[in-house]
Design a protein around this ligand. Structure first.
Ligand code: GGG
Length: 352
């Protein structure tokens, strides 16, 4: 089992360390970990946010565990040198087109939600975010207009094959859950969204057992705080998915709890190759202080065991250990407590 570990910037190394401790405690057969540089740390050491060595390491692995990238000291750099290019480059190079972001309210955390506890208690949803298209990967630039003003532009584009493959994945995910899929777009304004809506509607014919609903993104943002329990699986584009999943994290209590799996079509000897990362970023304001909550990264490691290694029992063990730690009152600063990164890792390890 070859896992490439890319801790990255800010709190990335701190939270990744705890997830690695959990993986090592499971006594997985022939577990080999390689560590590589990504993000600002890679830029400082190698002059690029995604060095060739790191990319080769990812290609040679069965799965990637990723921390976070981003550093305010890089704000003035040209776009291709910015830390975020590391994660975008990995997603593109590795063909990781589907980002699964589950959001479920843990027992005992209902009161930590930005919503009323009884509304928060009902949240058990999965956001399926398309990851290889949209404004993230379209042509972009800045130019001077005739009147001398600067103008920035980002091209939003989706080809129908890109929509079709993420739609199939989302329908299959809904089949394994409650059988309800909400496709989120802005089809009343955007051409890409009209195509998205048409293609998702066509794919629906293959899944008569799944109830499909189309929803505009502004309405989806509202419904997510009004009645999040109505959602089972949400499928949406790259930008809308990024925004809605951060919103969902505050509905369940903290962004420090949301894990993610980025999957493509490559199969390894064990399962589907994937990259696993917390949905949060590098949080430079608390970096290096041992205050970050590592649970999202630990839960991402659980997703790795499930999707990339077919080890459902080990994944469930980790998820249950995290749930029990929370039920026992283990809380990081993000949840109003004072447990540090290492102490939260210890609490999960004790309950494995
Ligand atoms: N662990 C997530 C992370 O590092 N996020 C930083 C970031 O900029 N990600 C871009 C994205 O998720 O779209």
């Amino acid at each position: 089992m070859k896992i490439a570990v890319f801790p990255g910037d800010g709190i990335g190394p701190e939270v990744t360390r705890e997830a690695v401790r959990v993986l090592q405690a499971l006594d997985l057969p022939e577990l080999t970990l390689f560590e590589g540089d990504v993000g600002a740390i890679a830029y400082r050491r190698h002059g690029r946010p995604l060095p060739d060595e790191t990319l080769e390491m990812a290609r040679a692995a069965d799965a990637v565990l990723f921390g976070a990238v981003g550093d305010p000291s890089c704000d003035g750099l040209e776009r291709h040198l910015r830390p975020e290019q590391a994660i975008l480059g990995l997603r593109a190079d590795l063909g990781l087109f589907a980002n699964l972001r589950p959001a479920t309210t843990f027992a005992g955390l209902e009161g930590m939600s930005a919503l009323r506890p009884e509304i928060a208690a009902a949240i058990d949803l999965l956001i399926v975010r398309e990851l290889n298209g949209d404004v993230y990967f379209g042509d972009k630039g800045t130019r001077r207009l005739d009147d001398g003003q600067r103008q920035g532009w980002d091209m939003m584009a989706y080809a129908e094959d890109e929509v079709r493959r993420i739609a199939h994945l989302a329908f299959r995910a809904a089949q394994g859950r409650k059988g309800q899929l909400v496709s989120v777009d802005k089809a009343n304004v955007l051409e890409t969204s009209q195509l998205w809506r048409d293609v998702v509607g066509e794919v629906a014919a293959d899944y008569p057992d799944v109830a499909l609903e189309h929803m505009y993104v502004d309405n989806a943002a509202m419904q997510l705080v009004r009645d999040p329990g109505r959602f089972d699986v949400i499928v949406t584009g790259n930008l809308f998915g990024d925004i809605l999943s951060d919103q969902a994290s505050m509905c369940v209590g903290s962004i420090g709890l949301l894990a993610s799996a980025s999957l493509g079509q490559r199969e390894t000897a064990f399962g589907t190759f994937g990259l696993y990362e917390p949905i949060h970023g590098s949080a430079p304001d608390i970096a290096g202080q041992g205050r970050a909550n590592p649970m999202a990264t630990i839960l991402s490691a659980a997703m790795m065991l499930r999707h990339s290694f077919g080890r459902e029992d080990d994944a469930a063990r980790i998820e249950s250990a995290v749930a029990r730690a929370l039920a026992d009152g283990v809380r990081g600063g993000d949840l109003g407590g004072d447990a540090g990164t290492g102490a939260i890792g210890d609490a999960v390890l004790e309950r494995l």
